[in-house]
Design a protein around this ligand. Structure first.
Ligand SMILES: [Fe+2]
Length: 408
């Protein structure tokens, strides 16, 4: 059973993008169902008109579809938070819940939809928030179908997926993985506790499929990224994913290249029930093997045993915080001044810069990560150095098509 996975539909005008033609290209491969991955509506994003336009174009694929929300569909700034009601507008246009589940050929497919973050915990508009209510629903849906293999469909990947993204924008922008800055660890735990979850399909990064890390595997779960077909591409590619859930419960993962649509490209094959190794173009990077960026490189890596985290300083002045629990960068505590040494004083991380000036951040404050979209700076200048010096750790560095990686 073929499923089309349509990535972020951000565009200026549907006619300019030739969106009708691109939907016809998908139709040629005869999907039985489509998932629209959110961030939709072109120039009319966050409006009823935008959702209706999306509905009209996606209908041209000729099969039923379900749309989940992405970050841009629900984002707001504190001063315009009453201007648009994403949940109410969704119900008006589609008459159903944006988070839902399906069973295709005996395989459970659970769709997670991004929600508006609570105003009380607002630190930046760029979030991929999920409410406790939706999380509990997802957990219950998965646990009450333990006998079925499961595929998750969500706008953003789970923390620690290792999928290709653009640094420093992603991970510093605090909307990189599901529930980033809220409760990302609960999704990691959900995968760990439910080995029947075999694949997690995400969009959001706007990257094509021809990177080694467009599909990754960690702890038995295959993470599949889905490209985009519009001008919001970050690498000139125009890709749509086609998945095929076969009757013997194998998941075939294809690329539809909108610039060369003669045939689908088979990228990977996943055994959803057995113990067979997934095959194809699947990256299996280690947990401590992480992308720094395309034009940056690491300078020093420190380990903070008390908080189970690593810190990575780069040539361009980023200071990344890596969480052991999430196996991912959870943010940048500093992003424009090179850090020479790090010290810990209880929950305070103290940064010493080459000119011997000092600053600190609170390691239990979720507002500690700094980036240009943060509302306020949480770095506090210090006059006096009181703390224990953090040890550095050895690391290796290497380059790939994705950019520079470090391994520690
Ligand atoms: Fe997005």
């Amino acid at each position: 059973m073929k499923l089309a996975i349509i990535g972020d539909l951000q565009y200026w005008k549907a006619e300019v993008e030739n969106l009708g033609f691109k939907m016809e290209q998908i139709k040629k491969f005869d999907p039985a169902f489509s998932f629209v991955m959110g961030d939709v509506g072109g120039s009319q994003m966050r409006s009823e008109e935008g959702l209706l336009e999306t509905k009209e174009y996606v209908s041209r694929v000729g099969c039923p579809f379900h749309l989940i929300y992405g970050n841009h569909d629900v984002e707001y700034w504190p001063d315009n938070r009453f201007e648009y009601d994403p949940e109410g507008t969704y119900r008006k246009v589609f008459g159903e819940s944006p988070y839902t589940s399906y069973i295709f050929n005996g395989v459970l497919v659970v769709c997670i939809s991004i929600e508006r973050q609570p105003y009380e915990s607002f630190i930046t508009p760029y979030t991929v928030y999920v409410s406790d209510k939706q999380y509990e629903w997802v957990k219950n849906e998965i646990e009450s179908n333990k006998d079925k293999p499961c595929i998750i469909i969500a706008h953003a990947p789970v923390a620690g997926s290792g999928l290709r993204c653009e640094r420093p924008m992603h991970n510093a922008a605090l909307d990189t993985y599901l529930d980033h800055t809220f409760k990302p660890q609960r999704w990691v735990a959900l995968l760990r506790d439910n080995p029947q979850i075999k694949a997690w399909v995400s969009a959001h990064f706007h990257m094509g499929h021809d990177y080694d890390t467009a599909i990754t595997q960690r702890n038995g779960v295959v993470h599949i990224s889905c490209g985009v077909m519009t001008c919001c591409t970050r690498d000139e590619r125009a890709h749509t994913r086609i998945l095929d859930i076969t009757e013997d419960k194998r998941l075939l993962v294809y690329t539809l290249d909108h610039n060369d649509d003669k045939e689908l490209i088979l990228d990977a094959e996943i055994d959803l029930i057995g113990e067979e190794e997934s095959v194809g173009r699947i990256s299996r990077h280690g947990r401590h093997e992480i992308l720094i960026g395309t034009d940056d490189e690491a300078q020093k890596v420190w380990y903070d045993e008390a908080h189970c985290s690593y810190f990575v300083s780069t040539k361009k002045g980023m200071l990344w915080e890596y969480s052991e629990e999430l196996s991912d960068f959870c943010g940048a505590v500093s992003y424009e001044k090179k850090v020479e040494n790090l010290y810990i004083n209880k929950n305070k991380l103290i940064m010493e810069y080459p000119n011997t000036t000092l600053a600190s951040v609170d390691l239990v404050d979720r507002g500690r990560w700094q980036y240009k979209d943060s509302l306020e700076q949480k770095i506090v200048a210090l006059d006096e150095l009181v703390g224990e010096k953090l040890p550095t750790v050895n690391y290796e560095s290497y380059s790939s098509k994705e950019g520079t990686y470090i391994k520690f």
